[in-house]
Design a protein around this ligand. Sequence first.
Ligand SMILES: *Cc1c(COP(=O)(O)O)cnc(C)c1O
Length: 231
Amino acid sequence: MTDIAQRLEEVRARIRHAVIAAGRQPESVKLLAVSKTKPASAIRSAYEAGQRDFGENYVQELAQKAAELEDLSELRWHFIGHLQRNKVKNVVHYASVVHTVDSVRLARELAKRTPQERAPLPILVEVNVGGEAQKSGAAPEDLSEVLDAIDEAENLVLKGLMTVPPFSEDPEDARKYFDALVALRDGRGGATRLPELSMGMTADLEPAVHAGATWVRIGTAIFGPREQGPT
Ligand SMILES: *Cc1c(COP(=O)(O)O)cnc(C)c1O
């Protein structure tokens, strides 16, 4: 077994334990393997170990890896980085899901750039629940209009909400932000309109699953630590 296959098993076990502890259904939480900065060979190892959904943050890196891994026919790319409007055209070409829509303008650009002939593009709206000035994500008070803009677009399909809580040494501190995202979902149509909640990373997977995450985005625990660099 490769290191990556081994670590993937450990992450699956963590999810399983958290799901059971939370009294939820095992299939209700899906694993997104976050492969940013990691080589295509690492993604290939994870794919061979059964992983199909991969998260990337940078458009150019995504395009490059998608080209290198073209032969992996069941691989789905999720875009989870800060998305600029001038990069939308490339993202819709590669991504199966976009987790980081945070404005009406961006939603409209995605609608404009997603080819009509393809299946509607699944979208999650990123919310800045911590109200951090430097962070992307829609402010909670702007959320409704972003959701409406996605509902109005025929070639986008609204799937849910995503958040990255403020950094803290204690992962349990993330809990209140996850609960806040759940409350926002409940106030805007609930799980019928917003079935997916994308929250939880390596450090705070357990509190995220406990709060109701349906997608956990895990990088370090699968692929090892990343080089420090521009973020
Ligand atoms: C990098 C990243 C992750 C993965 O973080 P880890 O702590 O390495 O698991 C998850 N979500 C987003 C948005 C990221 O940028």
